[in-house]
Design a protein around this ligand. Sequence first.
Ligand code: NAD
Length: 359
Amino acid sequence: MSDVKKIAVLPGDGIGPEIIAEARKVLELVGEKTGTAFEFTEGLIGGAAIDATGNPFPEETQELVKASDAVMLGAVGGPKWEGLDYAIRPERGLLGLRATLGAFANLRPAKIYDELVDASTLKKEVIEGVDIMVVRELTGGIYFGEPKGVEVLADGSKKGFNTLVYTTPEIERIAKIAFDVARQRGRKVCSVDKANVLECTELWRDVVTDVHKDYKDVELSHMYVDNAAMQLIRNPKQFDVIVTTNMFGDILSDAASMLTGSIGMLPSASMGGMVGIYEPIHGSAPDIAGQGKANPIATIMSAAMMLKYAFAMDDAYDDIDNAVIAVLGKGFRTPDIMQEGGTEVTCSKMGELILNELT
Ligand code: NAD
């Protein structure tokens, strides 16, 4: 990596451009403060790319992301493009981006800010202090395994089938990511499987256990997925890093994220491939686009994850996290997290307040 850190910025659709603008300002300020040279190049993806080029992931954007050190993404999609053929829908751009960069590890933190503890549907004493990182395998497992399909049988009934497949290298690489991430946090990994029923996840358990031999400073436990779902609601504080398969991770990370109250607060990082992708977990929110109602915190924290995981700028991550906590502590809220006694602010005002705290 050269001294200049090249960031591909893909705002996308709906609230994408609004939230990305705030995250970019935060990165620019961090660059100034730390003397880091960030170079931002904007590219088209999703509906915006379809409108301009007819392709949700144009060649030019493909070249841009491949030549970057990190990708910052807003969100794609919206009613305008819903009638299009699946092959050229905005969401195809997202899948194309992930496939092109080989981002096989999806990191989704679910952290409860004390200031928002009342926004959760769970009791305060259960969720206070929760700080979980779900590491989900993103490019393998039952979502991609072959054979798959729906067949008509001789008696006219139908058979639907999918295949759960993992190879040793696929499990090894995601396990390494989970252990590396745990080393930067609480040094605990819980590997979630269904090894009592599914042979494929018995292999998962064996391989994770093997990889652990190189990470003896990290505590490893195993849990069946049904129990993990229960424990996430019963006692989420027991978890630090959860590593699991594509489908289990899909379900558990959504459950974990809802512990925190609002989708507008949740960042993510997809990494392990050529270049990492940093994006909020929410979509393009067409219902509030252009109204200044979007919460930019998920995107700002995704930018913070970029600093930590792509550029090893851990202090900058902490500074941004603390700035967000300070702004929430002063009672400022976008509409999605508005509480009694709070001061409602717009998307750009929230960005400005976080910038002020950082300065
Ligand atoms: P969504 O996440 O866009 O919105 C769900 C609800 O959450 C809406 O009420 C929205 O207003 C609210 N919301 C989302 N982000 C918010 C934020 N930052 N601040 C405040 N409120 C926020 O999901 P959806 O409505 O099911 O999908 C809308 C479009 O987004 C669809 O086209 C869908 O395909 C697309 N989508 C894209 C991504 C992505 O780009 N990664 C992910 C999910 C959905």
